[in-house]
Design a binder for this molecule. Structure first.
Ligand SMILES: [Fe+2]
Ligand SMILES: [Fe+2]
Length: 251
């Protein structure tokens, strides 16, 4: 990928307000932030559903904490859109077509259909483990300083979510039996990996050119798969094989 024309934290909201940044940068940034905000919101809604439907005392404190933190993350990112002239409802409306894309299947499924503790574990693997990489690798170094600063705040809490996902994955075999967990992994893994978005897209090329992302979606997806595979094997589970093209499906 080409080197960025903008250094990390080079642009402030005032630079945009004063017209010192090219309009296409603002357009790409706005779309990226809208997608980030909505992913945080769907994740929050998923944890809210889990809180309403899961009684397990081993899980509830962490579910409640993640719910509160994901709401905060969504709010933080929607606030970044306001100086760019976009309120929450308009930001969400701008993504109506994108919502049907494979990259939104995992957050939407978690928010709309996830049922019970096993789906909760898989939702956390699919959204928190992945989110931790996207935010830590990509957004923390953003050329848009307000996004980089928000990413730093979010990342501190996402580290806890990531830990929760990893420890649940270890415990899941004991709680649910390997066969059920393997079945859930097969259902969730394609969604989880597609959450990174398509590799080599024009939009991501622009994001990298503008320093809004550091790495391509495909690289992050590979990092995630390598990390998850280690954890899956350690837990005595089977890592499902996937097709290589996007969207990834079971191979
Ligand atoms: Fe989050
Ligand atoms: Fe999270």
């Amino acid at each position: 990928m080409t080197a960025s024309r903008y250094a990390s934290l080079a642009i402030e909201a005032d630079d945009i307000a004063a017209g010192r940044v090219e309009p296409h940068y603002v357009k790409v940034l706005t779309r990226l932030l809208a997608a980030h905000a909505l992913a945080e919101k769907f994740t929050a809604i998923g944890y809210q559903r889990a809180l309403e439907t899961i009684d397990d005392a081993r899980l509830r404190p962490r579910i409640a904490q993640n719910y509160a933190e994901e709401r905060k993350h969504a709010r933080l990112v929607y606030q970044l859109l306001e100086p760019l002239g976009l309120q929450e409802a308009a930001a969400d409306r701008s993504l109506i077509a994108a919502l049907k894309a494979p990259s939104f299947v995992a957050p939407r499924y978690f928010a709309e259909h996830a049922e019970g503790p096993l789906d909760l574990v898989m939702g956390s693997v699919s959204l928190d483990m992945t989110g931790y990489l996207m935010i830590g690798v990509n957004y923390r170094e953003s050329s848009y300083a307000p996004h980089a600063r928000a990413a730093d705040l979010i990342l501190e809490e996402e580290a806890g979510h990531e830990d929760f996902a990893a420890s649940c994955l270890r415990d899941a075999v004991e709680w649910f039996g390997a066969e059920r967990v393997n079945g859930a992994l097969r259902a969730w893994l394609p969604r989880a990996v597609n959450f990174f978005g398509p590799p080599g897209s024009g939009f991501t090329f622009d994001c990298i050119r503008y320093g809004l992302k550091q790495r391509d979606n495909g690289e992050l997806a590979d990092l995630f798969l390598a990390m998850l595979e280690r954890r899956v094997v350690q837990a005595g589970l089977a890592m499902p094989a996937l097709t290589s093209g996007y969207p990834r499906t079971l191979g």
